[in-house]
Design a protein around this ligand. Sequence first.
Ligand code: NDP
Length: 314
Amino acid sequence: MYNASPERYTASTTIYNRCGRSGVLLPKVSLGFWHNFGDDAPFERSRAICRYAFDHGVTHFDFANNYGVPAGSAEANFGRLMDEDFRPYRNELFISTKAGYGMWDGPYGEWGSRKYLMSSLDQSLKRMRLDYVDLFYSHRYDPNTPIEETLQALIDIVRAGKALYVGISNWPLEPLKAGVKYLKEHDVPLLIYQGRLNMLDRAPINEGILDFTYKAGVGFIAYSPLAQGLLTDRYLNGIPADSRMAKEHFLKSERRTPELLEYLHQLEAKAKTSNRSIAQEALNWVLDQPGVTSVLVGASSVEQLKNNINTIIS
Ligand code: NDP
């Protein structure tokens, strides 16, 4: 039986940012379930990471339909955790999921049609054993579906009570601008944009997305803020067997170049001057960008998560 820490909102680690111009506060460090929570990960380790997060004020958990190996298993494992641990705390959690990438066979299992988005969210709710999610995202821009169809599906999902807010992830700037306008005109303002932002990949800054969301009063949550682990001490002395890079799938070993190692050594030296780890230095850099609401970290251990959460007090 899980009893959440009574200190979870009083500890100095709990710091929240307002999400754009909305009523929602999100923790500066949020937890992502892309890796480490599927059937390919030890369930009790996943449970320990979730408990540690919530016990330290991390109220925002981020999913997508296809997270975990096999796809869907991260949501399904969290559904079990909802029943076993988190049900009494449902109103204290801000849970998001997404649809956009390939989830099932046939013409209705990916992209941005109303058919796909609505069916996918129904499946996600069943897997997570929830009546509603707090936030539902379009996971990627679909150049072949009219954006009005995708956006109207998001709006209707909110009207049906299946999500409280809507989000957009990975859309280029121009469709994003049109989306913000359409959603505002239909009284379901865009809550947040989710994009990849870290010291090695500054595309949302270079492309003007962060500046646009900031000025439009839309929150911004940065995914892969540690560049999937590159911006940590994980690969300083080789490629650990249990690391993401060792799997050679989403993070290839060719990324571990002499230039990267040189960059990391410099970052480590800078981090040391303020008593930080490389990861903390990298997360602080993202959080310091004007308009960033939260960093969405992954973690394969409680130790890693602890280090990341401590960023905001270091
Ligand atoms: P990160 O950049 O935070 O990378 C997480 C990985 O870095 C961990 O799995 C771990 O690697 C390593 N790591 C984390 N903390 C530390 C630490 N303190 N010290 C050493 N190593 C550490 O984020 P992710 O790439 O995992 O993405 C985070 C979340 O963002 C996802 O779960 C998902 O919710 C979201 N996301 C959204 C996308 C979108 O298209 N909207 C795309 C990608 C992610 P290891 O496992 O090797 O130990």
